[in-house]
Design a protein around this ligand. Sequence first.
Ligand SMILES: C[S@@+](CC[C@H](N)C(=O)[O-])C[C@H]1O[C@@H](n2cnc3c(N)ncnc32)[C@H](O)[C@@H]1O
Length: 230
Amino acid sequence: MNAEERFNEERAGRYDADIHKAIPGYEALHGMAGALLRLDLREDARVLVVGSGTGAEIVGLGAEEPGWSFTGVDPSGDMTAIARRRVADAGLAGRADLRVGYAHDLAPGERYDAATAILVMHFLPDDGQKLELLRAVSSRLEPGSPFILADLHGEPGSAWFERFFKAWKLYQLSRGRGHEHVEEQLRELPQLVHFVPEQRILELFDEAGFVETERFYAALLFGGWVARKA
Ligand SMILES: C[S@@+](CC[C@H](N)C(=O)[O-])C[C@H]1O[C@@H](n2cnc3c(N)ncnc32)[C@H](O)[C@@H]1O
């Protein structure tokens, strides 16, 4: 199953109501990502949002920073249709360019002052595709620009992973996420998510030309990192 199949009309339609129950600290993750970007960016910054989904990053950051403009890329037409509606409702349509596609589809000459890839790279196998995504971002950032990444990570089979995986299931149920949705997600996870340990994520950042990588978010199997284009 690829991203287009996974984030279809039915799942896209329930994403915004569901995601807060599925991901521990989802709002805090987005809030911290915004705060870290604001440390560095000018008033008229151009921000690339990879995996723009239903528009959470653009609506959140756009409301706080009236001078920033955004380019979002996402292969799911259904997620992007919702993002376009949310962005328009928030009065941000003039500052947001939402494209159905991938980071590597962006013209090689496009340049940005910051980028995010929140809950995206874990869907790609580590057979060159994770690195390709990071290089597609890195090659379009101005030197010194901040980059935020958040992903599921870990080593399936390790004691830590198996324990935290069970805790994640219990967390979702305790937050009122439907039993059938949790079971469906956990059944699909092995073919959908390509886990790597944190050490591998740090290596990939390095190979893609990012420096000063710091961890800023840890929530069961989810991690968030901020780095800088060399
Ligand atoms: C879990 S959602 C996250 C959306 C948003 N970033 C958020 O935090 O709510 C993952 C999104 O990544 C998109 N996606 C999957 N593979 C991708 C890829 N290779 N490049 C860009 N986006 C991708 C999916 O279509 C989906 O909209």
